[in-house]
Ligand binder design. Structure first.
Ligand code: HEC
Ligand code: HEC
Length: 239
């Protein structure tokens, strides 16, 4: 299948999911102050670690995940997240949060909730381990910010901004933005449009599944220009 066909299938699925949601009133799950039901105890960590990537590959194809996120985790469209090289615990947490209505309230999260509701926790662990096996996505060159704007945000990466209480991004996300095994996502090579959109959603609170509101606190004090420049920087990052 060529990538244009994949995008078309994706759009049809997206339209289907959103229209069914708006057609009935009871489907958007109640919001709660608890950001996630995940607790990373040993049992939970081992469960994800023991996921079966061979089964994960099958699920990726059979459940049509691949039509949007790619056979090898490179998203077909620029506003959909790539999954290649993503930390398994993070992916697993997202799927649980979608299923439980914790990452909810936007058209695209509703689509993902519909799909996650059809998955067993074993399916989630398997696909998480499958995506984690790939290298991070290759650099792209989006046009969200100028070179000057990108230069201005460089201190945020390694120094943060004490005045605004922003810790350095790479302190949590890893020196090469490769993520952290516990549950912090990789950012290197992420699709810029998706990155920008999800940061805006943390900022306005429509994405609220981050434990301790770590990303909501940070994005709240970032300007839109800074968010665009950060999206540009991470998309261009060579892996
Ligand atoms: C129609 C396209 C489409 C399909 C099919 C699809 N996804 Fe998604 N997926 C998206 C979009 C768009 C988002 C961003 C959702 C949001 O904003 O909350 C997303 C988000 C995700 C995320 C969170 C990524 C992150 O970086 O936070 C995971 C994990 C995920 N999808 C896994 C899956 C799995 C597993 C399947 C198959 C069962 C699947 N997706 C099928 C479009 C799709
Ligand atoms: C204190 C640790 C911490 C710092 C500092 C931090 N992050 Fe995060 N970030 C997280 C965690 C934890 C998550 C996952 C939250 C969740 O479960 O939704 C996350 C998620 C994200 C996501 C969503 C990724 C996806 O695939 O959906 C983006 C984008 C992001 N961070 C960007 C940044 C940027 C840019 C900075 C610096 C300005 C930064 N983060 C600083 C901990 C941190």
């Amino acid at each position: 299948m060529n990538s244009m066909n994949k995008v078309l299938i994706g759009l049809v699925l997206l339209g289907f999911a959103t229209s069914t949601v708006f057609a009935s009133d009871n489907t958007v799950k109640e919001r709660s102050n608890i950001s996630s039901n995940i607790a990373w105890d040993i049992e939970q960590i081992l469960f994800v670690r023991n996921g079966d990537p061979v089964r994960g590959k099958k699920i990726n194809t059979e459940m049509m995940c691949a039509s949007c996120h790619g056979e090898e985790g490179i998203a077909a469209a620029k506003n959909w997240p790539s999954m290649a090289g993503q930390k398994a615990n993070y992916t697993y947490k997202m799927l649980i949060d979608y299923r439980d209505g914790k990452r909810a309230g936007t058209a695209t999260s509703t689509l993902m909730s519909r799909l996650a509701e059809k998955m067993t926790e074993q399916d989630m662990a398997d696909i998480s381990v499958y995506y984690a096996r790939f290298s991070l996505p290759p650099a792209t060159r989006p046009k969200l910010a100028s070179k000057e704007q990108v230069e201005k945000i460089l201190p945020l990466l390694t120094k943060g901004d004490g005045k605004r209480m922003i810790p350095p991004c790479l302190l949590c996300h890893g020196a090469d933005a490769e993520g952290n095994d516990r549950d912090i996502p990789s950012l290197a090579g992420q699709r810029a449009e998706y990155f920008r959109k999800t940061m805006q959603e943390y900022k306005d609170g429509s994405r609220h599944n981050d434990i301790y509101a770590r990303m909501r606190f940070i994005s709240e004090v970032l300007t839109d220009d800074e968010i665009n420049a950060l999206a540009q920087y991470f998309a261009e990052m060579k892996n």
